[in-house]
Write a protein that binds this ligand. Structure first.
Ligand SMILES: Cc1ncc(COP(=O)(O)O)c(C=O)c1O
Length: 392
């Protein structure tokens, strides 16, 4: 059984608000927040470099914690400032040639699409959106058929930013492995929300962020790169942490995922993010997933009963991200009215989900993203508030 009382006790802000914006940035629980604050206080009292030295063990533990969370080795983990840069460090390490193909999904994250297009412009790469199946997830059969001698990379978002869908990453990984094509997984919304075993999924690279379902601090993220790939990929940028300058004319790139890191880092964030990984594992990722899925399913059922409201989530498997639109009010109006009642949601629009939204004829949605510390009672309050707003 999930100890919801404890989860809420350790989430101090729970008392004052209903936070349904966990896919934006979750609420830091006290053990993570306290680690962050203590680290910053130490920096203030002892100095930044001195604190990094004093806290060396906690900073090293970051790698072991994520290796455990993702089922990989510590040397396959890099600490990066956010999911986008983590993903970029992997993606821009590939040397593309004219005619190479990148296969992605219609539900791909906007920043990733921009990066594909930039490389397409630079090198004449072909960007291919694999069609969706009837559930709106990547059609894995079509993916298999679309791989050919020109396919250089398979790259998908596990859980898209703008809806409840969970793409079948493991099936994609199987196809990628069979074809010998590298597989880059954007796990930004799945890390901390569902179990994520990179070996089982079969991805060669995966990016994640700290502030969303992991409940870590803002400005933190991570990258997994398998040791097979890490040593073959040359990062787009190097500094004297990622590489060693050994003479005026020579440098050596660090082995493993360290080559994707910066020398200067948000050290307090790193220590706190390591604690966030431990904290998630202490709850158990299966338990987290099943609680989130059950809450989201309840919310979808209740929303469906509201007149004039359409739930817009796709997917055979649906996660904690719940999206909808209404005939009566625009998403920004709904968000503003909910905010007056101390209820947080977000309103995805624009480039984050552009390809998917255009494909589906959508422009703007309300996104209520749930975490395990949310409750059935909050869902009830939320739906009552929504009904009231729509009736006004
Ligand atoms: C699927 C997906 N990928 C990447 C990102 C970017 O993450 P970050 O803001 O940490 O760079 C997001 C953020 O919403 C996302 O939803």
């Amino acid at each position: 059984m999930f100890d919801i009382d404890r989860a809420r006790r350790e989430t101090r802000a729970c008392e004052n608000l209903i936070h349904f914006n966990n896919a934006g940035s979750s609420l830091m629980p006290s053990p993570i927040s306290d680690t962050l604050h203590a680290f910053l206080t130490k920096e203030e009292e002892f100095g930044g470099y001195e604190t990094a030295h004093l806290e060396e063990a906690a900073l090293e533990r970051f790698y072991a914690s994520f290796a455990k969370l993702l089922n990989c080795e510590s040397s396959e983990i890099a600490y990066v400032e956010n999911a986008t840069r983590a993903w970029d460090m992997a993606f821009y390490s590939f040397k593309f040639n004219q005619g190479d193909k990148i296969l992605t999904t219609i539900s791909e994250y906007g920043s990733n699409v921009i990066a594909y297009l930039q490389q397409a412009r630079r090198y004449g790469v072909e960007l291919v959106f694999v069609p969706n199946d009837d559930y709106g997830q990547i059609d894995v059969e079509a993916l298999g058929k679309m791989i050919d001698g020109r396919t250089k990379l398979i790259s998908i978002s596990h859980i898209p930013t703008g809806g409840g869908l969970v793409n079948p990453a493991k099936e994609v990984g199987k196809i990628a492995k069979e074809a010998g094509i590298p597989f880059l997984l954007d796990a930004c919304q799945s890390i901390g929300q569902i179990p994520l075993d990179v070996k089982d999924i079969g991805c060669d690279m995966a990016s994640g962020t700290g502030r969303k379902y992991l409940r870590g601090p803002r400005g933190t993220g991570l990258l997994y790169v398998s040791k097979e790939w890490a040593n073959r990929l040359e990062p787009p940028m190097l500094d004297q942490h990622a590489a060693n300058l050994i003479s005026p004319s020579q440098y050596e790139i660090e082995p493993g995922a360290k080559r994707f890191e910066n020398w200067e880092q948000y050290f307090a964030g790193k220590a706190a993010l390591g604690v966030a990984a431990d904290y998630a594992m202490a709850w158990g990722l299966e338990a987290i997933q099943s609680r989130i899925y059950a809450l989201a399913s309840l919310l979808r059922t209740k929303l469906t009963a509201i007149d004039g409201l359409t739930v817009t989530d796709e997917g055979k498997e649906q996660c904690g991200i719940v999206t909808f639109m209404t005939e009566q009010k625009t998403p920004p109006d709904i968000k503003a009215e909910l905010a007056k009642r101390r209820i947080n949601v977000s309103t995805p629009a624009g480039s984050g989900s552009l390809v998917s939204f255009q494909h589906r004829g959508l422009s703007h949605l309300v996104r209520a993203s749930l975490h395990y510390f949310n409750t059935e009672k909050e869902i009830e309050t939320f739906c009552d508030a929504l009904q009231e707003i729509l009736n006004a």
